[in-house]
Design a binder for this molecule. Structure first.
Ligand SMILES: *[C@@H]1O[C@H](CO)[C@@H](O)[C@H](O)[C@H]1NC(C)=O
Ligand SMILES: *[C@@H]1O[C@H](CO)[C@@H](O)[C@H](O)[C@H]1NC(C)=O
Ligand SMILES: *[C@@H]1O[C@H](CO)[C@@H](O)[C@H](O)[C@H]1NC(C)=O
Length: 376
């Protein structure tokens, strides 16, 4: 069943001639396809071990929009939501650890490392944008309590510029990037900051020391009344849950051609045996890829099939070579085969999937759908 997935790139004409076993061929082709997605192997679904990350709503919106946009209006190598060049959008997951939760004398404070593995980008990709988004969720507190207290936290974000040895004050190797107070509220609050140059530097091996996020509770009410900046921590203060992602938009220039989207081609139900595109729906469940491809669940890929008979009519889009080949075939059917019925126009689709690091990725793939066939 897996071979159906390869139809956009395999000519049916060749089937049966291949000395390689069907299964090996399928595996090899599957690998080719994965490497074009920037993956070395099939992503292993985290599945039962821990729940998958949810797909960020912004990414869903972009996916739906790319599905519904007509080709002529859109350039598949620009991400209009961010106004930058790119054909790959990743939500790179934070892998940082909690550094400390406790009090340094007078003040409670929480420090968390933020670490984004930028090696998930292939060397060929050009990074256009890296935007850090941090969301704060105060689930443990009731809304009424929040209103009564008017809590806030002071957030400081540092970049770490080198590894620190034991016994050395880690603050010496940090540089402040941002400091801001975040109000506690029933809905999640968030902050975002553009870190493109820093994230670019993280792509070099051994250069990514990550970030440190420091949070101090502030009592906004006390701040007003005392005018003294920071209040002493109350015992029942609960730090928010933090969810950090690096939204990385990059461009793979090899996968950037001007987009010729299918003009909603409605293929006729096959009636004759002459070369033409036939309908084929590929369901990712059938090929076992549904565990890591989030959307679409399948798509109309189509395939080319049929004869390229003599005389080759114009509608078969034959090359001059194909016209001569059918001529020779008509004279010597056993010595020379007919030309092959192959895709001559393909169009892209967008796919949303999990990569090997469980990051959610939105990417445009060229040549996924057969629009037109011809004799070659
Ligand atoms: C506790 O941390 C705050 C903020 O980093 C700092 O200003 C203060 O000096 C620290 N206090 C002690 C006793 O280390
Ligand atoms: C980062 O990702 C690459 C590629 O997926 C992987 O080989 C490497 O082990 C990861 N590094 C860390 C620190 O997780
Ligand atoms: C050949 O191309 C034309 C348009 O260029 C298209 O309408 C026709 O379907 C194509 N022929 C086949 C067999 O797909």
């Amino acid at each position: 069943m897996a071979s159906v997935l390869l139809l956009p790139v395999v000519t049916l004409c060749l089937l049966g001639l291949s000395p390689v076993s069907h299964q090996e061929e399928t595996k090899g082709q599957g690998r080719n396809f994965l490497s074009s997605m920037g993956l070395s192997e099939l992503p292993q679904p985290a599945g039962s071990r821990h729940p998958r990350r949810h797909v960020p709503p912004a990414l869903w919106r972009m996916f739906r929009r790319s599905e519904s946009t007509r080709a002529e209006e859109s350039d598949s190598c620009t991400v209009s939501e961010y106004g930058v060049r790119g054909n790959i959008i990743r939500y790179v997951q934070d892998q940082g650890q909690l550094i400390s939760l406790g009090s340094n004398g007078s003040q409670a404070c929480l420090e968390k490392q933020l670490f984004f593995n930028m090696s998930v980008l292939q060397p060929i990709e050009q990074l256009s944008l890296a935007q850090l988004e941090i969301k704060f969720h105060w689930r443990p507190l009731k809304a009424s309590e929040l209103l009564k207290r008017s809590w806030a936290i002071g957030v400081s974000l540092y970049k770490v510029i080198r590894a620190t040895l034991r016994g050395v004050d880690p603050r010496a190797s940090r540089r402040l990037l941002l400091t801001q107070s975040v109000q506690l509220q029933p809905e999640a609050s968030s902050i975002s900051i553009d870190l493109t140059p820093l994230a670019e530097s993280w792509r070099k091996p051994g250069r990514n020391y990550g970030l440190v996020l420091q949070m101090l509770p502030l009592n906004a009410a006390a701040e007003e009344s005392l005018g003294s900046g920071v209040d002493v921590l109350e015992v029942d203060f609960t730090f928010p849950q933090i969810q950090a992602s690096l939204v990385a938009v990059s461009l793979n220039p090899h996968q950037c051609r001007s987009r010729q989207r299918r003009s909603a081609v409605r293929l006729p139900v096959a009636s004759t045996n002459v070369c033409k595109a036939r309908r084929l729906f590929i369901d990712f469940k059938d090929v076992g890829w549904h565990s890591w491809i989030i959307a679409p669940q399948g798509y109309m890929a189509n395939y080319c099939h049929g004869e390229c008979p003599f005389p080759l009519s114009e509608s078969l889009n034959g090359t001059n070579h194909a016209i001569l080949q059918t001529l020779v075939h008509s004279l010597d059917p056993h010595g020379t085969p007919q030309p092959c019925c192959v895709p001559i126009r393909l169009s892209p689709i967008s796919m949303l999937y999990y990569d090997n690091n469980d990051n959610v990725v939105l990417r445009h793939y060229q040549d996924m759908v057969v629009d037109e066939c011809g004799c070659r």
